[in-house]
Design a protein around this ligand. Sequence first.
Ligand code: IMP
Length: 172
Amino acid sequence: MRVLYSGEEIQRRVEELAAELRPLYADRNPLLLGVLKGSFIFLADLARALAIPLEVDFVQLASYGDGTESAGFVRFERDVERPLQGRHVLVVEDIVDTGHTLRFLLSTLASRQTASVRVVSLLEKPSRRCLAVRPDYVGFTIPDLFVVGYGMDLAEGFRHLPDICVLEADDK
Ligand code: IMP
């Protein structure tokens, strides 16, 4: 397993993102909308780094296709609990890969009379994007690697690692 970004590097970047986002959301009581499960640690760190009044909710999306990548068919496993009307929504993603998940979520949110919707993603892999959808704020742009840790998994494993790591051939 190779460390791509250490826990310390991640914390520094989260602080920078929070500093950029704070002026936009102070006094707006934003709703941080985490996309489960991969964003749960990023959201927890970002919410504390923002240090402004905010609310938190989660959606869970499932893509059904043939395995490791989303094939373009996405559905809700869990929708938001509260109405989004008039809310400033900040979608918090772990990684935008092909873009199918984010496009589905944004098209759904478009019909919910929000005051604003922006997207912050810890990681993005632009080389694999097949759709014209981009997060507004990105922690790190990475090449086409499969990463785990800091919330992200392979078959539900590795989410607890403090660093963002790249799996190597002999990792279990
Ligand atoms: P997309 O719909 O192809 O953009 O896929 C986005 C989702 O796929 C992310 O929210 C992750 O849950 C998952 N994913 C994509 N790449 C990786 C990776 O390298 N490691 C772990 N999960 C990933």
